[in-house]
Unconditional design. Structure first.
Length: 159
């Protein structure tokens, strides 16, 4: 053998001498886990944060309650259809406009041709959503049995 060649026994001897001595691995105790809090949450700071959060929520609620609430409103266009072409449309419109409810404001109206000389009344109103229901409104219009055959909602838009 050549003196420059290393044998497998020499390699094992070199590797063992260069490697650090192995330490036995032991399971970490549970107390060590409590000390290593990666997110930095302490019970004291959590309590303080909760108190601060509750205080800010209360301030927000008071501020929101002090603000005047604007009522939700909708723009509704109704199609009021008469029985026939002999129905007096002026009286029909007058009767519809006489319907008064809290939160109801009548707007413009026009007569629209349906066919065969029959015209329908298309009338606009603004309603407060909490006070006026479209079912109640159409029901009251339908109570005008002498003039009204049917009522349809042509358009309903939130304002």
């Amino acid at each position: 053998m050549n003196s420059n060649q290393t044998t497998p026994e020499d390699i094992n001897a070199i590797n063992k001498s260069e490697l650090p001595a192995e330490k036995p691995v032991s399971a970490p105790a549970e107390e060590e886990d409590d000390d290593d809090d990666l997110f930095g949450s302490d019970s004291e700071t959590d309590e303080e944060a909760e108190k601060l959060k509750a205080q800010r929520l209360e301030e927000y609620r008071k501020k929101k309650a002090a603000k005047p609430q604007e009522a939700a409103k909708s723009l509704v266009i109704l199609d009021v259809k008469p029985w026939d072409d002999e129905t007096p449309m002026d009286e029909l419109e007058k009767s519809v406009r006489e319907i008064a409810m809290d939160g109801l404001l009548w707007g413009s109206s026009k007569l629209v041709d349906i066919g065969y000389g029959i015209k329908k009344l298309q009338i606009t109103c603004v309603i407060e959503d909490d006070k006026v229901g479209t079912d109640d409104l159409t029901e009251q219009i339908m109570d005008l049995e002498d003039y009204v055959q049917s009522v349809d909602i042509a358009s309903f838009n939130k304002l």
